[in-house]
Design a protein around this ligand. Structure first.
Ligand code: ADE
Ligand code: ZN
Length: 348
């Protein structure tokens, strides 16, 4: 894809970041559960929560690393029991995404978080999928699902989850790998990813969020992923950077997540610009927006304000999001046309 030269006055950049069409490639639907919805679902389902109210829950959102977040995130998901709960959660996110001019989203879900509590995988997938279908019809947002295996559990349990999910295989487009990274390298899941590859599923994995560049290498070479989720630690390894650039492997970067989980001490020190300037297919994403203080546009606005990225970077990030998505080439070209039309409207 050819980068475009646009003459965008600096004062128009924030509005342009919000208005430009974009794809979101890294968000966990359970991470979009706002405290208000957690309490509403708890009441609807008679689930007791260890927090007095919404404010008390929000006060607990002071994370020091990935694990300190995951403990609260899994507790929040305990209110999800019925198909309508999964629908309502996904619909709330999809409406919010549409407001940020997200035109395509590939949403992660964690079935094991729910099946471990006795919720049937059918309930999870049908509820989420119905919201995706409605998003296309009612919001004009193209939405798809990616099933994530929890890496703190065993590969055998991942295989069991895959078996349970296969009757609904038309309702998700790929598999991913998430949860506690350090100590659970990608190669732990080599066999189940090989099976998913045979099945024709798309493959992605979290790697290099807190874990070392070696985990990104094994996500690429052992799991054979098409995208790397986070991947920011790759900047420590110049040979890996060259490989990611050469093979145009997208990195789904999540700046506000990295800030809240202390991967970078502040946004000014985030390495997104380094990744883009090295020619990597980096993208901006919200990860767990209800927990990290912002949906897509907030991620763009805060990151650009802190790091001095330009309109050219904005175009590149949006174009990368379409290039990295699992839509066909004709759809990618249509979205790039819409992107260029938006930039032309903002040009001086
Ligand atoms: N699950 C939800 N958010 C996650 C993240 N940022 N890293 C790993 N697993 C996750
Ligand atoms: Zn994530």
């Amino acid at each position: 894809m050819i980068a475009h030269e646009f003459n965008i006055p600096a004062e128009r950049l924030p509005a342009l970041l919000c208005a430009m069409p974009k794809a979101e490639l890294h968000m966990h639907i359970e991470g979009s559960l706002e405290p208000e919805l957690i309490f509403a679902l708890a009441q609807r389902n008679g689930v007791a929560l260890p927090y007095a109210d919404v404010e008390a829950l929000r006060r607990a959102y002071a994370f020091t690393n990935l694990q300190s977040f995951l403990d609260i995130y899994y507790a929040g998901a305990s209110v999800l029991l019925k198909e309508q709960d999964f629908y309502d959660m996904a619909w709330a996110y999809l409406e919010r995404a549409a407001a940020d001019n997200v035109v395509r989203t590939e949403m992660f879900f964690d079935p094991q978080t729910h099946t471990a509590r006795g919720v049937d995988i059918q309930v999870v997938i049908e509820g989420l999928h119905r919201a995706c279908v409605d998003a296309e019809a009612k919001l004009g947002v193209s939405a798809a699902l990616i099933l994530c295996f929890l890496r703190h559990l065993s590969e055998e349990e991942a295989f069991e989850t895959l078996e349970q999910a296969l009757p609904y295989a038309t309702k998700f487009i790929g598999v991913g790998l998430d949860s506690s990274e350090v100590g659970h390298p990608p190669e732990k899941f080599a066999k189940v990813f090989a099976r998913c590859r045979e099945l024709g599923l798309h493959l992605v994995a979290h790697a290099g969020e807190e874990g070392p560049p070696a985990y990104v290498w094994s996500a690429l070479d052992v799991l054979k992923v098409e995208r790397v989720d986070h991947g920011v630690q790759s900047a420590k390894d110049p040979v890996l950077m060259a490989r990611l650039a050469k093979d145009r492997i997208p990195l789904t970067v999540c700046p506000l997540s990295n800030l809240k989980l202390c991967v970078f001490p502040d946004l000014k020190q985030h390495n997104l610009k380094t990744l883009l300037d090295a020619g990597l297919v980096a993208t901006v994403n919200s990860d767990d927006p209800a927990y990290f203080g912002g949906y897509m546009n907030e991620n763009f606005l805060q990151t650009f304000a802190a790091t001095g990225l330009t309109a050219q970077h904005a175009w590149q990030l949006a174009a990368n999001s379409f290039e990295g998505s699992f839509i066909d080439d004709a759809a990618k070209a249509r979205y790039i046309d819409r992107l260029n039309e938006t930039f032309a409207r903002f040009a001086g």
